[in-house]
Design a protein around this ligand. Structure first.
Ligand code: IMP
Ligand code: MG
Length: 184
């Protein structure tokens, strides 16, 4: 396909910017400072849920000014569409023994709540020193299981969103802002 045709379709699915790059930066700077202030020299392990949270993780860890380690898990609940499949599958697990860490789960978005509900249960069973959840976005109106993050940077209405790590059919993760998606 010609580049112009590809770009036309690509751009037409970006409906409206909901949260700008600057708004995201400011919110992350604040959370990074809060974490740096409150963990008081204790061993921190940031656990990011791939793929969606990779951009948030990269920026949040650089806003933290105290020693911290990072780890990745892959949990899948969406399969190339905007509809949740209902099943959460851990396709890649952590390599660390988390019992020596204060774990902070770094998530991109909480929608139905199923993914984090399962991930939190799994990690709690491994008895970390403490466990907290920080999410960039929260769509509380879509909850199917009762789940609340310890820190949520932005609460959004029931729109399917893309950008800053979040995808539609695996694309748009590289947008520097959060936008509403118009799937075509
Ligand atoms: P939950 O298990 O329904 O809470 O869904 C969580 C996962 O679904 C997130 O970690 C995202 O990867 C994905 N997800 C939920 N809502 C959106 C959205 O609006 N855009 C892109 N991905 C989403
Ligand atoms: Mg995710």
């Amino acid at each position: 396909m010609e580049k112009a045709t590809v770009m036309k379709k690509y751009e037409s699915q970006i409906k409206k910017v909901l949260i700008t790059k600057e708004e995201i930066e400011a919110a992350i700077a604040k959370v990074g400072k809060d974490i740096s202030d409150s963990y008081d020299g204790r061993p921190i392990l940031l656990v990011s849920i791939l793929k969606g949270a990779f951009v948030f993780m990269a920026d949040l860890c650089r806003a933290i000014t105290v020693p911290c380690e990072i780890g990745f898990m892959c949990a899948k609940s969406y399969y190339s569409s905007t509809v949740s499949s209902g099943a959460v599958k851990i396709t890649m697990d952590l390599e660390q023994d988390i019992s020596k860490y204060h774990v902070i789960i770094v998530e991109d978005i909480i929608d139905t709540g199923r993914t984090l509900n399962d991930v939190v249960k799994l990690l709690r069973a491994r008895e970390p020193l403490s466990l907290k959840v920080v999410t960039l976005l929260d769509k509380p109106s879509r909850r199917l299981v009762d789940f609340k993050a310890d820190v949520s940077l932005f609460t959004i209405p029931d729109h399917f969103v893309i950008g800053y790590g979040l995808d539609y059919a695996e694309q748009y993760r590289n947008l520097p802002y959060i936008a509403e998606c118009d799937p075509k």
